[in-house]
Design a protein around this ligand. Structure first.
Ligand code: AMP
Ligand code: MN
Ligand code: MN
Ligand code: MN
Length: 278
């Protein structure tokens, strides 16, 4: 298996393509094994699997769970999960619950800086009412020309300390790992290079993840440069984690890396897909 992509998004969360279209794009890009990993939601998996079966590519059920850990927001990807598992379904429902209220608070906060109508504006970009995300606000803010592009909007409006940012409590790391394991999946720390962690925080995160029997780390991720790949390859070796390869594709023009186009894994690491049952 050479072209494996175990992290991407559809309109069920904050991607720009419907699950079926996303799978078609992956197949056109030569992907042999794909996981759809929408934020906190499993609603796109059946459609994506149906299309992957039709196109003859291997499909892996996935999800990207939002976690609060040590004052940071961390994302944990679950791969190979049983979408019918009740612990996971109930856990994700609980994680999603605060999203709408958070969106209203984000809009209030933006209004206080003179940007009105952000909630209604963001909703026009939402594909799934249960999943309002900062990306939907970002798209509306770009439309209204508050910034040039989505990356710029985050920098000026949506990151911690900026007008549209509100603190939010997601689930605990232990809960995310337990729900994923309970559903028969493997738990993967997503894009660690994106968290604003000190070296000390990084070590504590991975030590905690190991203690919880976490399985893998995204060594290659859309957001990782060469230095980050080297750094998280070292983390994988140190803790005995398997390694994942992840574009984190959301849509053309918005994502740095297209689906299936992330760099290859360093050859000495154990690919996490070898742990996913056929
Ligand atoms: P949320 O779960 O609602 O907080 O939204 C998080 C999503 O926002 C991530 O999954 C990314 O798609 C997007 N995002 C976060 N930070 C950035 C950034 N700096 N630039 C572009 N998109 C980002
Ligand atoms: Mn996203
Ligand atoms: Mn993420
Ligand atoms: Mn993602």
């Amino acid at each position: 298996m050479t072209n494996v992509d175990l992290h991407c998004h559809s309109t069920v969360s904050d991607g720009l393509l419907a699950p079926r279209e996303l799978v078609r794009r992956a197949a056109a890009n030569g992907v042999e094994m794909l996981a759809l990993t929408d934020h906190d939601h499993l609603g796109g998996l059946a459609e994506a699997r149906d299309e992957a079966d039709a196109l003859g590519i291997r499909f892996v059920n996935g999800v990207e769970v939002s976690v609060s850990w040590g004052g940071l927001t961390i994302h944990v990807v679950g791969l190979g999960v049983d979408a019918a598992n009740i612990d996971l379904a109930q856990g994700l429902a609980a994680v999603r619950q605060g999203r709408d209220l958070r969106a209203l608070r984000m809009a209030d906060s933006l209004a206080a800086s003179g940007i009105r109508g952000a909630y209604e504006g963001a909703l026009r970009y939402v594909g799934n009412p249960a999943l309002v995300s900062r990306s939907h606000f970002a798209r509306w803010l770009v439309e209204k020309r508050y910034a040039r592009n989505v990356a710029n909007v985050f920098e000026h409006y949506l990151l911690r300390g900026k007008p549209g940012y509100v603190e939010h409590q997601w689930c605990a790391l232990e809960e995310a790992v337990d729900w994923i394991h309970s559903a028969g999946g493997v738990a993967v720390v997503a894009h660690p290079g994106r968290y604003r962690m000190s070296g000390d925080e990084r070590d504590r995160l991975f030590a905690a993840f190991k203690t919880l029997r976490g399985d893998a780390v995204e060594v290659v991720a859309g957001a990782h440069d060469h230095a980050a790949v080297r750094e998280y390859a070292r983390v994988a070796r140190k803790y005995g984690f398997a390694a994942s390869r992840a574009s984190d594709f959301h849509g053309a023009g918005e994502s740095a890396v297209d689906v299936g186009r992330a760099a290859p894994l360093p050859p000495d690491l154990e690919p996490v897909w070898e742990r996913l049952a056929a």
